[in-house]
Design a protein around this ligand. Structure first.
Ligand SMILES: Cc1ncc(COP(=O)(O)O)c(C=O)c1O
Length: 359
């Protein structure tokens, strides 16, 4: 028997959103919709698809381990040096790289709850200690988070906007937080939904990076760029931080098709604008109809909405929606998270929800 260490045995495995094919196979139904994983409902950028078709001819070759063209393109658009960027197999991998690079057993990482669950999983996997700070008014309580920093703290995770609540932290809150963070702590600002934000108070994390602060900013091609299936994300930080993480990174972690698609998607302003428009319209539609159903929700700056339900009804409502071919995400006993979809998907969600909450 292989012995699995206790700190691995006690990790709660990540439960991904149920794939449509799996649901339909299990229930013998067709025409289901998935609003569970905050994916882009309009599909990938058409320019990316074109680049992928062309790129297929070179699949016999290893990818470019440095992601040269994508690095150049991003360095230009972000106005940072090429050596201040790191790529990951999804921003998930960069979270893992940061933890594996900077945390040793017994070190502490501070994060909010509920927030993106991957932070705590990886910290536990390397025998770090998770310091969990509950959200306040559905937003990161940055004051409390900074007060929990000790000599053992190596990382602080801030998802801005936060998943699952879609809330942001403001410039004023972040300024106050950053003023108090000591030198030896790396602040990881996870901006997976950055491009969707409309709130003018949203904190510009790049300004801290430009001031030379210890900050790692994460973004992804999985959400607004519609390339979740290709797995590619990026991080921006000072060159020393990136160089340290590169020691841990696998040499060919970004496949060649993902690199080519990402370069094309970055330039596809039309696709970006259309995605934002679909999201904004969908958001308004869902707000209006949830209000009409007297269902409470947290206003969002992302492409999903956190919905409150009556006590302990969330698992039931998730199941009932599933049986009717609508896949959303249960969030404990009292809430669900729904991705903003295409107009017809949003309509189907509301209509199904109406029948389900009445039960
Ligand atoms: C807050 C947040 N960070 C990071 C990720 C990881 O995204 P990816 O690995 O696809 O870039 C997600 C995905 O849902 C997320 O919600």
């Amino acid at each position: 028997m292989i012995h699995t260490p206790e700190h691995i045995n006690t990790i709660n495995p990540y439960v991904p959103g149920k794939p449509i094919e799996e649901l339909e196979r299990e229930l013998g139904i067709a025409g289901s919709i998935k609003l569970a994983s905050n994916e882009n409902p309009i599909g990938p950028s058409p320019l990316a698809i074109k680049a992928l078709r062309k790129g297929m001819n070179d699949l016999n070759r290893y990818p470019d381990g440095s992601c040269y063209y994508l690095r150049q393109a991003l360095s230009e658009s972000l106005q940072v040096k090429p050596e201040e960027i790191i790529f990951g197999n999804g921003s998930n991998e960069i979270i893992e790289l940061a933890v594996r690079t900077f945390l040793v057993p017994g070190d502490e990482a501070i994060m909010a709850h509920p927030s993106f669950v991957v932070y705590s999983t990886i910290v536990q996997a390397v025998q770090g200690k998770n310091i969990i700070v509950p959200l306040k008014d559905w937003r990161h309580d940055l004051q409390e988070m900074v007060s929990r920093i000790t000599k053992k703290t190596k990382l602080v995770f801030i998802a801005n906007p936060n998943n699952p609540t879609g809330t942001i932290n403001t410039r004023t809150e972040m300024n106050a937080f950053m003023e108090k963070v000591p030198e030896g702590v790396l602040v990881v600002v996870d901006e997976a939904y950055y491009e969707y934000v409309t709130d003018s108070e949203y904190a510009d994390s790049m300004q801290y990076f430009r001031k030379g602060r210890n900050i790692l900013i994460l973004r992804t091609f999985s959400k607004i760029y519609g390339l979740a299936g290709l797995r590619i994300g990026y991080g921006t930080a000072g060159a020393e931080i990136i160089a340290a993480m590169n020691r841990v990174r696998q040499p060919f972690n970004i496949n060649s098709l993902a690199q080519k698609a990402a370069v094309a998607a970055l330039r596809d302003e039309k696709h970006l604008a259309k995605t934002k428009l679909v999201n904004e319209k969908g958001k308004k539609y869902l707000y209006k109809n949830l209000d009409a159903l007297k269902i409470a929700y947290v206003p969002t700056d992302a492409n999903f909405i956190y919905i409150h339900l009556k006590d302990k009804t969330a698992p039931q409502i998730y199941d009932s929606l599933l049986k009717k071919g609508v896949i959303i995400r249960p969030m404990g006993n009292n809430a669900i998270r729904v991705t903003i979809g295409l107009p017809e998907e949003n309509k189907r969600f509301i209509e199904t929800m109406e029948t389900v909450v009445r039960l």
